[in-house]
Each structure stands twice: as C-alpha cells, then as structure tokens.
Design a protein around this ligand. Sequence first.
Ligand SMILES: O=C(O)CCC(=O)C(=O)O
Ligand SMILES: [Fe+2]
Length: 222
Amino acid sequence: MSKTASVPDQDALKRVGARVRQRLESDPQAYKVPTDAAEIYAIGDFLSGEECRRLTHMIDAVARPSELHETAYVAKFRTSYSGNFDPHDPFIKAISRRIDDVLGLPANVGENIQGQRYLPGQEFKPHNDWFYTDQEYWKLERKRGGQRCWTAMAFLNEVEEGGHTHFVEIGASIEPKPGVLLVWNNATVEGVPNEYTLHAGTPVIRGQKYVLTKWYRTRKHS
Ligand SMILES: O=C(O)CCC(=O)C(=O)O
Ligand SMILES: [Fe+2]
C-alpha cells in the first residue's frame, strides 16, 4: 500500500496498537512470539481448567455450522461450528472483562465473544481478521466500530493432534494448550492492516478443538 493512500482508521489503529503494546510489555505473564513481522503474545494460565471445561460445555450447547449465522465471506474459510455466547451471562461477562483488562481496552470496543468447535477434518483456512475495506461489507462495518485492531483467542482444551493456530506468513505454529490466551495486533506499528497476520486454524486430525475468540474494533462497536 502506498504511503499516500488513505487507510481507513489508520490513526486509531496506530493509537490502539501503542496503547495495548505498552500494556502487554509490562505484563510479566505475556510472552512475545519472537518475530519482527507482527505483534503476537501468549498468556499462559489465563483460564483455569474449570473455566475451560465450563466454556466447552457452553460451546456444545450453542455450536452450529458456522455458515448459519455468519456472512458468506467468513463461511468460505471456516468449516468449524461456531456460536455466540449469551453476552449477558455473568460468567461470560466476567471472562470478557478479563480479556479487556489484559489488553487494557474499554468494553465498548469489543465484539461479543464467539465460541468455536472443530471436529476432525474441520479447519479455518488462512485469513486475516481485519476487514478488506474495498469489499461491500465494509460499508456496514465502517459504521459499526470500524477496522478490527486486536484479536484475543483462548484455547480451551487439549487437542490430540492438529488444530494449531498457524501464522502462515511468519511461520509460527501455535499448539493449542488449554487456558492459554493468544493475542495479536492485526495492524502494523504504523496503523496499517498487517498482511503478516494471515493465519489459519489447521485441520484437527484427532480429537476436538474448542476456542473462544474476541475481536476488538478501533471505535465503539454497536
Ligand atoms: O482456531 C484457530 O486456531 C484460529 C481461529 C481464528 O483465526 C479466528 O477465530 O479468527
Ligand atoms: Fe482469525
């Protein structure tokens, strides 16, 4: 992208990036994945075993084929079962606030937490979490919070084989470990959507994989 082209929400992406970076850099629990291409951090023991189990049961209760309640755009990449948790559930609210707190972001820029369950053979093909601002859907997303800045994702169970989170451009493959929260900045330090954040949920080979995801916007999300 040329320097003169206007990047929607660039200033906000830059500002939020700096704010969260500062927060994570002073968090002794946050381990930075060693790469210069993107800001990716893992936080171990973010959720207890009991919390993970409770969340997997909740996902079982709400999971449906992803395409039933997602845009065709996302459904093309994801074969797992997904479900929105009840955002008013006190347990979900508490988890959600704890994620906000790790990043140091206000609750009103966060999307609702989503749960995901992958059975053997299911995957999330390589994709970026940030929005392509030349696509039709951007007209709506621009008005309801704008570009996505950070992603938070928690692994909820042990997967027998497969189901890694693979940053394909960077060559970092993160093995699912229950209770670990993975967070990354979808933009560069300059506030431009970062192509190197391309990532996949690789196919589960044996067992099942449960995760939760929370995406953050640059502006108040509605
Ligand atoms: O399941 C994974 O490892 C990746 C999930 C993901 O990329 C997402 O929910 O945006
Ligand atoms: Fe993703």
